[in-house]
Design a protein around this ligand. Structure first.
Ligand code: NIG
Ligand code: FE
Length: 417
């Protein structure tokens, strides 16, 4: 039981319950100056102005709370990172050097590098070792203020290895305090032995992998990399049809490399999110406007791969919600630092600080099906918050892009050391 007192600014407080924020509302953020926050067990119990605290609660009632004085500091709801691949084996800095020397992401992939390189490493790594490599990444992002994360499979690309990845994700769910959602991404790339017979691999995903994933209840969502050189719209359609039978809602990779039709096929299947979105035109925006699908942009991947930037301003100005996630993975975004993602949102996509805060909290919480539980400071929501160091303003958070400004993390109402 914690009372955080004298908070300079309590950020992203919920006035009315919303599932996401869209369009012009993305630039609005509710805050309380000189505030208190009460955490009871795992839950946000109450919050308000400091001046109300002693009127609402007697000294005796407050005795049972540990007091943290946050004078000069701000409190934010934890980041929700709705798109990562943080369970992986090894790392791929050699490809990073290849990229510096001029090879493109697609050229590296064609040579058997990229995702297939990670798949080879993962096949050679035991489940125990994979868990041991992944746990420090979870602890790292917790320290960076993330309180919920989605993790994908997709470096397995065989039934055995896909199950291995998903079991590691399950173990991470069981053994850590961060909220985790698991996404089955068997259709991440086409293994070399299926080149020329891609349909056979799609059949394997549908007929062998998916039934086992469902039988062991290993996934919350299903993903497909629907893009040029990876899976076609028809193949994606088939995989998502099968997923419906198992009650797995899609959250898919789309339109990173081309106008792939990925957004439209995602919307057709009521995807919870479509992610990447470098190639978005009027048809894609129209399709998203009449949907329940969260457009999710991954600034880290576009930055790391030097790609064109998604037309985020156009999407927001058209009235869409936008979420920003890290894409933490060894090939295209080896960082899960959501504060840095906010800075990239501001600098590269011309989003305002208020917009990037909404895009990394309530909108990403929606993109994980967690908007009722996380993503804002609201009574009854999970007590996953962070306390900043002393900072002058909200805008200072994305502005000071290289500084560690997070002083204390609280997950499920408990301080994390
Ligand atoms: O989200 N775009 C597809 N998949 C990953 C990249 C994975 C990798 O290169 O290892 C992504 O960027
Ligand atoms: Fe990804």
């Amino acid at each position: 039981m914690i009372l955080i007192s004298n908070i300079k600014k309590l950020v992203q407080v919920e006035k009315n319950s919303v599932k996401w924020v869209a369009g012009a509302n993305m630039d609005k953020l509710d805050t309380i100056d000189n505030a208190f926050l009460l955490l009871r067990n795992e839950i946000i119990e109450d919050f308000g102005k400091m001046s109300e605290l002693s009127k609402k609660y007697s000294k005796n009632q407050l005795k049972e709370y540990k007091v943290i004085d946050a004078k000069g500091k701000m409190v934010f709801p934890s980041f929700a990172d709705s798109h990562t691949h943080l369970v992986y084996a090894g790392s791929r800095e050699i490809e990073y050097v290849d990229k510096i020397k001029g090879l493109s992401y697609e050229e590296i992939a064609k040579r058997g590098g990229g995702i297939l390189n990670s798949a080879k490493l993962l096949a050679e790594t035991s489940e125990e070792e994979l868990y041991n490599q992944s746990l420090p990444r979870i602890n790292e992002i917790i320290g960076l203020g993330t309180g919920a994360v989605e993790i994908k499979s997709g470096y397995g690309l065989s039934t055995e290895s896909e199950l291995k990845m998903l079991r590691v994700i399950r173990r991470l769910k069981e053994n850590t305090d961060i909220e985790i959602k698991s996404n089955f991404l068997g259709a991440h790339s086409i293994p070399a032995e299926y080149r020329g017979n891609q349909q056979k691999y799609v059949d394997l995903v549908i007929n062998e992998m998916m039934p086992q994933v469902a039988a062991e209840n290993l996934a919350d969502y299903v993903d497909v990399f629907c893009d040029k050189g990876f899976f076609t719209v028809d193949e994606t359609d088939k995989i998502l049809n099968a997923a419906t039978k198992y009650g797995l809602r899609p959250k898919i990779h789309a339109n990173e490399l081309d106008y792939s039709g990925g957004i439209q096929v995602g919307v057709k299947h009521n995807a919870l999110s479509v992610d990447h979105l470098e190639f978005v035109g009027d048809a894609e925006i129209d399709s998203l406007l009449s949907s329940e699908t969260m457009p999710t942009v991954l600034p880290g991947a576009a930055f790391f791969l030097n790609m064109v930037y998604s037309p985020v301003r156009k999407m927001i100005d058209a009235g869409l919600p936008v979420a920003l996630a890290s894409d933490f993975n060894p090939g295209s975004s080896p960082s899960g630092n959501m504060k840095l993602i906010m800075s990239m949102g501001c600098i590269n996509y011309k989003m305002t600080p208020n917009e990037v805060i909404n895009a990394t909290t309530i909108n990403t919480a929606y993109a994980m099906g967690l908007q009722d539980k996380l993503g804002s400071i609201a009574r009854g929501k999970l007590a996953n918050v962070y306390i900043t160091k002393k900072i002058p303003s909200i805008e200072f958070m994305p502005y000071a892009y290289g500084s560690d400004l997070i002083e204390k993390v609280i997950l499920r109402g408990e301080e994390v050391d």
